[in-house]
Design a protein around this ligand. Structure first.
Ligand SMILES: Cc1cc2nc3c(=O)[nH]c(=O)nc-3n(C[C@H](O)[C@H](O)[C@H](O)COP(=O)(O)OP(=O)(O)OC[C@H]3O[C@@H](n4cnc5c(N)ncnc54)[C@H](O)[C@@H]3O)c2cc1C
Length: 409
């Protein structure tokens, strides 16, 4: 039986460990943070799991947040252009966002309660060879940290060297949600996007506001104004940004109640979209394999990173269960199993970071007129490879629109 070492207890590492545990394969997690440490950490991210991921959680027996109150059902689009457009796109099944400072330690405890072993150590490059010697396969799932650089950069799939958006994300009180709940996608050309996500937090159901600001655009100040320096100035900066550039969301704000839920509930920075090669081979014939953000890091605008990390964990788990030997052929099979979705998510996300082509603008116009088309676009947040099938060239976008126009006539 294989003996698998997993460095990192994010969604990638945990979903893989729980999958292997369920299939009777030895898996040890080595990570740098204990479950109790998450309660006092700064906000890590604001992750929405689409239904495809909720189904995997169900399979793993870790779908703890099933109350309907936690679910959202559609995307509400606001295009803030001279003649504004506002239209919804509905999911076939609901999605859900839980603060990862609640989610990750819960799954760590699930794994340990079922007999899984977690060791606590910050792994450095020098620690890798002993871990390779110890396990049949070493899975590296340390997120965006420096250790991931041990895997070769895939230049062809990584067109950018800088973040394409400057991010300011926080958990806020005082923002109302319609029922049924939605994620609001508000777009202001040249300035950026705002995602408004109903989220289960330490303070109950609250709202994540994720500003995706175009570098050098008018809302850079949401990234440079620090809550810790002057909470009132930060709060006013966010309110001004909403009022001026995302008015559909501003309408939902009760200014008397609006604030960060807690002082650590804010994160500012950026993500360099990066794809890395799958594996590193060692002299003894064993491999280290990249999983999750180590393999594919995407900007959060499409909410894909954790969803593809979970998908990849399952695909890797299936291949580990199937493979008699964890050799080069096994690595090829992992690549074949996961790459279509992972690369599609990266390419689609990178496309969304660029000024929209004429065809993409036509698509937005068509979605505002045709709810079935908009529903397919929305549902495809579960299936990035299907989204990319439709978006990968101007001709494909035109053909997609035409299919819906023909059906409507
Ligand atoms: C603001 C924001 C919003 C986002 N929104 C979404 C969304 O809506 N939907 C979505 O799917 N994705 C979203 N993402 C992306 C998502 O957060 C990541 O893709 C996902 O968390 C990656 O999971 P991972 O397991 O690969 O890495 P991580 O979650 O980063 O986990 C890494 C693990 O490794 C541990 N670790 C790190 N370094 C070491 C080391 N040297 N030694 C030992 N352990 C180590 C860490 O403690 C952690 O346990 C968002 C990201 C951001 C920043």
């Amino acid at each position: 039986m294989h003996n698998i070492g997993i460095v990192g207890a994010g969604t990638a590492g945990l979903h893989l460990a729980l999958y292997l545990q369920q299939h009777g394969i030895d898996a040890t997690i080595i990570t740098d943070r204990e479950p109790d440490e998450y309660r006092s950490s700064r906000l890590l991210n604001t992750v929405a799991h689409h239904n495809c991921t909720l189904e995997r959680e169900e399979q793993l027996g870790v779908n703890h947040w099933q109350d309907k109150e936690y679910h959202y059902h559609y995307h509400d689009h606001w295009l803030n252009i001279p003649e504004p457009l506002h239209f919804p796109g509905t999911f076939a099944k609901p999605s859900r966002a839980v603060d990862y400072r609640i989610y990750l330690p819960t799954l760590m405890n699930d794994f340990m309660d079922r007999g899984g072993v977690i060791e606590y150590q910050k792994i450095a490059e020098d620690d890798i060879q002993p871990l390779i010697d110890r396990f049949d396969l070493l899975v590296v799932a340390v997120g965006k940290g420096p250790l991931g650089a041990m895997f070769e950069h895939n230049a062809q799939e990584s067109p950018f060297e800088q973040p394409q958006r400057r991010l300011c994300v926080g958990l806020y009180s005082g923002v109302s949600h319609p029922e049924p709940k939605n994620v609001t996608l508000s777009l202001s050309p040249g300035v950026g996007e705002l995602l408004t996500i109903p989220t289960l937090t330490f303070d109950g159901m609250q709202t994540a506001l994720l500003f995706e600001n175009v570098p050098g655009g008018d809302l850079e100040n949401t990234v440079t104004t620090r809550y810790d320096d002057d909470p009132a100035a930060f709060r006013q900066t966010i309110l001004d940004a909403l009022e001026q550039y995302h008015p559909g969301v501003y309408e939902r704000v009760d200014t008397a109640k609006f604030d960060l839920c807690q002082a650590l509930d804010v994160l500012q920075g950026g993500v360099v979209p990066t794809v890395r090669k799958t594996s590193v081979a060692f002299d003894n014939g064993k491999f280290a394999l990249a999983l999750g953000d180590v393999h594919v890091t995407v900007d959060p605008v499409n909410g894909q990173g954790a969803n593809i990390a979970s998908y990849s964990a399952f695909k890797l788990g299936e291949e580990i269960v199937r493979a008699p030997v964890l050799d080069q052929r096994f690595i090829e099979q992992v690549d074949m199993a996961r790459n279509d979705r992972c690369l599609a998510a990266a390419r689609w996300t990178n496309l969304m970071m660029q000024p929209p082509s004429e065809e993409f603008q036509m698509l937005l116009g068509a979605m505002s007129q045709n709810s079935a088309l908009c529903d397919e676009f929305t549902e495809n947040f579960n299936w990035p490879e299907r989204q990319w099938d439709n978006l990968c060239s101007p001709a494909r976008i035109r053909s997609w629109i035409a299919r819906y126009q023909e059906a409507a006539s």
